[in-house]
Design a protein around this ligand. Structure first.
Ligand code: BGC
Ligand code: NOJ
Length: 829
C-alpha cells in the first residue's frame, strides 16, 4: 500500500494522507540552522548542535508519537483545524504534504478555506521561514482567526527535559510589535536568542504555554485560546515560554492572504548584547533590553512574498547544481530517482547531522560519530568537497597521536566526547577511506600536508598524512594471537562487545569493559575482529597508493607487506571453509563459524574480504558470496547474522540482547547490505548486486509502505529480518551509514563510475537485461558524458572505452583538466 507518490519532475515526495504508518519527515537547512518537519508539521529546530543549541522543544516517545514543536491553528467560525491535520485532527476536505529538497509544503483545506504553508530554511540564513497562503475558495466572505505556535526549548535539550526544578523558573521573553523573543539565560552567560515573528500586525499573542492551552489538563490538540477564538495576551514568567501570534482575517470569495512567519536564531558579540534604550512599545519584565539588530536584519530579509520566492529559488538552484554533479538515466525509474534525487539528498543530511537528530535519534544521545562521519563523506564528497575537507580536518583533530580515536565529538565544541571515550577497533580505518575518497574526488593532494593536530597534542604541528600513518599502524600495532586485529571495545558492530562480560543491568555495552581486562589495558588481548582485518585489507591499498604517489616507495612497500600478511593470517585463521569468521572471542573461541550453535555466519567481514580478494585463488570469494545468498538472503534484504541468537551470550554482549530479527541480532542492517552489493558487483555478478540493491533501496519499498512503515524516499538503518515478527518493517530512518554506502554501491559499483587517484573508472556491473545507460559526471572541473552500451547483454566487462572518439586502454578515463565536456563511450562485452 502507498501513502503518496514520487513527483520526480519537482524532486518531491507527495504524501496524500496525514495518516502515514509513521511520521514521514524532512530536513530543512543544510548549514547551521536545522529543522525536522513531519508530514503533519511536527518536529523541531536547532542551531548547529541538536543537544546544546535546541531552539524549539519536542517530546520524544510522546503519546501520540509526533506531537509538538510548531503549529498553525485556524478557527473558522468554531471549526478548529490545522493545515497539517495534527494536532487537532479535524478531518480535512483536502490534505497534501510535499517534501522537497530542503523545503516542505503542507496544504490543508476545510470548509472552502485553503491554507498552504511552505516551510524552508534559506541558504546562509539562521531561521525557518514559514509562508502561509490562505485562500477563500468558497462563494461567501469568511471571517476567521489564525494562531501560530512554537514552544521554546531552554537551549540545552538534555537539561531541558530533565532539570525541571530550575527550568520551570528561568523562562524569559520580550515582545516587540509582532515579534516574540526568547531570551532565557541571555542576561547572564548566553549571547544568543531566538525569535518568532510575522510580517503583519497581530491582534494578540501568547507567550505562556499554560495560558495558551488554557489549562494544564489540555494538550496541543485542545488549546483553549484557539477554541475561544482569541489570544490571552499572556506574558511568560518562568514555566514554559512559547510564542503564539493571533490574527483575525477576513477574506472575500476567491481572495488570498499571505503571511510570512520567521523562526530565527541570532548571536550577539559579548560587548553588544544589550540595547541602550528601552523602546516604549517593548513588553519586558527586565531592566535590560536585548539588542535586536540582527533579528531586525533577518526579518527584513524575508518579509515579502517576493523575497520568499527569491529565497526558495536560491534553494532550488543550489539543489539543481548539487544534483547535476552525478546524474544517470538508466532503464529503471526507481534507480534514477534514488541516484538523481533522494539518495544524494539523504547523503547531505547524514553528512550534516551524522547520527544526532532524527525521529529515532533524540539529538541528545550522540554527537558526531568518528566512524559514522568518515563514512558519510563517501556519499557526500562529490557534492561540496570543501565542506568534506573541513570535516575531515575536524574529525582528524579528535584523533590521538597513537592512532586511537574519540568515538564521538560534539559539533558545537568539536572536542572528543570523554563520556564515550575511544578504543573502537575500526575507527581509524574509516579515516583512511574518507581521506582517500576526498583525494580521489578532487585530486587535492595538498590535504595531506594540512596541519592537523592530535587531541593529545593540540599545539603540535602534525599533518594529515601523519594521521593516516598512525591510523594504519594502530591496527598493525594491536594484533591478537592469530595476527588479526584486536576487537577492543567493539568494531563497526557496536553490539559485539567481546570485552564486556556484563551481567549488571544498566551497564552500557559501549562504555563498560570488564575489570578482568584492566591489567591488559582495558580490553581483551585475545578477542580479535575478522571484520577489522578485512576492512584493513580493503582500505590499506588506498594508504599504499597515497605513499606511492608521494614517492615514498619504501614506506609503501612496508605497508603493502602488512596488508599481505593480514590477508595471509585471515585466510589461515579466519576462513571457515565457505565464509569468513566474524571474530575470535575473549575465550579464543570462534564466532560466526559452522561450529557455533547460533550466529554461524555474519555479514560484516564478507564483503570487504571479497573485495580484498582474500583467498580468491582458492575460490573463497565466490564461496562466500554464495553462502551469503544461501543463509542471509531473504525477501526484504540480507540479515546480519544467521541463525539469530536466542539467548544471552555474555561473551558476545549486546548483540544477543536483541530479540531475533531486530537490530544487530539478525536484523536487515541495510548499511552492510551495501558492502555485499559492492562485493557482488566487484565479482561481476550484476544480477545479484541488483537484486540486493532493489530489496532495500527505498523507492522499491514504496508499494509496501504499510509493511515497511518508514519513509519510502530514504534509507533506514534497519529492516526487521526473517526471524522478526515484524518482518520487513523499517526503523531508524534517515541517519544511517546506508545513505553513503548505498550511494557508493549504486553509483560506483553497479553503475561503475568511480573516482580513482588517476582518473575516473568506468566499469559497470549491471543486470544483463539492460541495454545500457547514460551518466553525466562532473569531475575535477570537467564534465564527462558517459554512454554505456550493452549489446551482448553481459553483466560486466569493458570491451572498448573511447574518450572523445579516441580509444583508451583499460577502463580509467584520464583527467582531461581542461574544464570542457567530454564524451565517453563504453561498450560492454
Ligand atoms: C545500537 C547500535 C548503536 C549503539 C550505540 C546500540 O544499542 O544497537 O546500533 O550503534 O547502540 O549507540
Ligand atoms: C549505528 C552506529 O551509528 C554505527 O556506528 C554502527 O556501526 C552501527 N550502529 C552498527 O552497530
Amino acid at each position: 500500500m502507498k501513502f503518496g507518490y514520487f513527483d520526480d519532475s519537482r524532486k518531491e515526495y507527495v504524501i496524500n494522507t496525514p495518516k502515514t504508518p509513521y511520521p514521514w519527515i524532512n530536513y530543512l537547512g543544510n548549514q547551521g540552522f536545522f529543522s525536522l518537519i513531519s508530514n503533519t508539521a511536527g518536529g523541531y529546530s536547532f542551531y548547529m548542535d541538536a543537544r546544546l543549541r535546541r531552539i524549539t522543544r519536542y517530546r520524544y516517545n510522546n503519546v501520540p508519537l509526533d506531537m509538538g514543536g510548531r503549529y498553525f491553528y485556524i478557527n473558522d467560525n468554531g471549526t478548529v483545524w490545522n493545515p497539517g491535520w495534527s494536532p487537532v485532527k479535524t478531518e480535512l476536505d483536502e490534505y497534501e504534504c510535499r517534501h522537497g529538497m530542503g523545503y516542505t509544503i503542507i496544504k490543508g483545506k476545510k470548509n472552502g478555506l485553503k491554507a498552504e504553508v511552505t516551510f524552508f530554511v534559506p541558504q546562509n540564513y539562521d531561521g525557518e521561514v514559514q509562508q502561509v497562503v490562505l485562500t477563500n475558495e468558497g462563494s461567501e466572505a469568511k471571517d476567521f482567526a489564525i494562531f501560530s505556535m512554537a514552544e521554546w526549548c531552554l537551549w540545552d535539550a538534555q537539561d531541558d527535559c530533565t532539570n525541571f526544578q530550575r527550568n520551570f523558573s528561568t523562562g524569559r521573553v520580550e515582545i516587540e510589535d509582532s515579534t516574540i523573543y526568547h531570551v532565557t539565560e541571555y542576561r547572564d552567560r548566553r549571547n544568543h536568542y531566538a525569535f518568532y515573528t510575522v510580517n503583519d500586525t497581530i491582534d494578540g499573542y501568547d507567550t505562556d504555554r499554560d495560558a495558551f492551552l488554557g489549562s494544564i489538563y489540555n494538550g496541543w490538540d485542545n488549546p483553549e485560546t484557539v477554541k475561544a477564538g482569541k489570544a490571552s495576551n499572556s506574558f511568560a514568567d518562568g514555566w514554559s515560554p512559547i510564542a503564539s501570534h493571533y490574527k483575525k482575517i477576513t477574506l472575500a470569495p476567491g481572495e488570498s492572504k499571505t503571511l510570512i512567519y520567521i523562526l530565527g536564531y541570532a548571536e550577539n558579540p559579548q560587548d553588544k548584547k544589550f540595547a541602550s534604550e528601552k523602546p516604549a512599545n517593548l513588553l519586558t519584565r527586565e531592566a535590560w533590553v536585548l539588542n535586536k539588530e540582527k533579528a531586525y536584519a533577518m526579518i527584513d530579509k524575508y518579509n515579502t512574498p517576493e523575497k520568499v520566492a527569491a529565497g526558495l529559488e536560491e534553494l532550488r538552484t543550489t539543489w539543481e547544481n548539487l544534483l547535476s554533479i552525478y546524474k544517470v538515466d538508466t532503464p529503471d525509474d526507481k534507480v534514477n530517482r534514488m541516484v538523481n534525487i533522494w539518495n544524494q539528498y539523504q547523503c547531505m543530511v547524514t553528512f550534516n547531522l551524522s547520527r544526532s537528530a532524527s525521529y529515532f535519534e533524540s539529538g541528545i544521545g550522540r554527537g558526531m560519530g568518528f566512524r559514522d562521519s568518515n563514512q558519510d563523506i563517501l556519499g557526500f564528497v562529490h557534492q561540496i568537497p570543501e565542506r568534506a575537507r573541513e570535516r575531515l580536518i575536524d574529525i582528524a583533530s579528535t584523533q590521538l597521536s597513537d592512532g586511537g580515536c574519540y568515538h564521538q565529538y560534539q559539533p558545537l565544541t568539536k572536542k572528543g566526547n570523554a563520556d564515550i571515550g575511544g578504543d573502537f577497533s575500526d575507527d581509524p580505518l574509516w579515516m583512511i577511506l574518507s581521506v582517500a575518497s576526498y583525494i580521489k574526488e578532487t585530486g587535492d593532494w595538498g590535504i595531506l600536508d594540512a596541519n592537523v593536530p592530535f587531541d593529545d597534542d593540540p599545539e603540535g604541528k602534525h599533518t594529515m598524512l601523519e594521521h593516516l600513518n598512525v591510523s594504519f599502524y594502530h591496527i598493525v600495532n594491536n594484533l591478537g594471537p592469530h595476527g588479526l586485529p584486536l576487537a577492543m571495545r567493539a568494531d563497526w558492530n557496536d553490539c559485539i562487545n567481546l570485552s564486556c562480560f556484563s551481567d549488571t543491568p544498566g551497564e552500557s555495552f559501549q562504555t563498560y569493559t570488564n575489570p578482568k581486562f584492566k591489567a591488559e589495558g582495558g580490553y581483551s588481548k585475545i578477542a580479535e575482529s575478522v571484520f577489522v582485518a578485512a576492512l584493513f585489507t580493503y582500505t590499506g591499498p588506498a594508504y599504499v597508493g597515497i605513499l606511492e604517489h608521494l614517492g615514498k616507495a619504501d614506506e609503501a612497500a612496508k605497508a603493502q607487506a602488512e596488508i599481505d600478511k593480514m590477508k595471509k593470517n585471515t585466510m589461515e585463521s579466519a576462513f571457515d571453509g565457505d565464509w569468513f569468521l566474524r571474530a575470535y572471542d575473549a575465550n579464543g573461541e570462534k564466532m560466526g563459524s559452522k561450529e557455533c550453535e547460533e550466529g554461524k555466519i555474519f555479514i560484516e567481514p564478507q564483503g570487504f574480504a571479497v573485495m580484498s580478494e582474500i583467498g580468491k585463488e582458492e575460490g573463497a570469494d565466490i564461496k562466500t558470496l554464495n553462502a551469503i545468498d544461501k543463509y542471509l538472503n531473504c525477501e526484504y534484504g540480507l540479515v546480519l547474522n544467521n541463525p539469530a541468537f536466542t539467548k544471552y551470550y555474555i561473551q558476545y554482549g549486546e548483540i544477543s540482547t536483541y530479540p531475533g530479527g531486530y537490530k544487530e541480532n539478525a536484523g536487515i542492517f541495510t548499511h552492510n547490505n551495501a558492502w555485499i552489493i559492492c562485493a557482488e558487483a566487484y565479482a561481476g555478478r550484476g544480477e545479484k548486486a541488483f537484486e540486493y540493491y532493489s530489496k532495500i533501496a527505498p523507492a522499491f519499498t514504496e508499494e509496501t509502505s504499510d509493511i515497511h512503515k518508514t519513509e519510502p524516499y530514504v534509507y533506514g538503518q534497519m529492516i526487521g529480518g526473517k526471524d522478526a515478527k515484524n518482518f520487513g518493517q523499517g526503523k531508524n530512518s534517515w541517519l544511517t551509514g546506508t545513505a553513503a554506502w548505498n550511494m557508493v554501491a549504486i553509483s560506483q559499483y553497479i553503475l561503475g563510475v568511480k573516482p580513482e587517484f588517476d582518473g575516473l573508472r568506468v566499469d559497470p556491473s549491471i543486470p544483463a537485461a539492460w541495454d545500457g545507460f547514460t551518466a553525466t559526471r562532473q569531475f575535477r572541473g570537467d564534465t564527462y558524458e558517459i554512454t554505456i552500451k550493452n549489446p551482448d547483454h553481459v553483466n560486466k566487462g569493458v570491451k572498448k572505452l573511447t574518450v572523445d572518439g579516441t580509444e583508451v586502454e583499460g577502463c580509467i578515463v584520464p583527467v582531461a583538466g581542461d574544464g570542457k565536456t567530454h564524451q565517453v563511450e563504453v561498450v560492454l562485452g
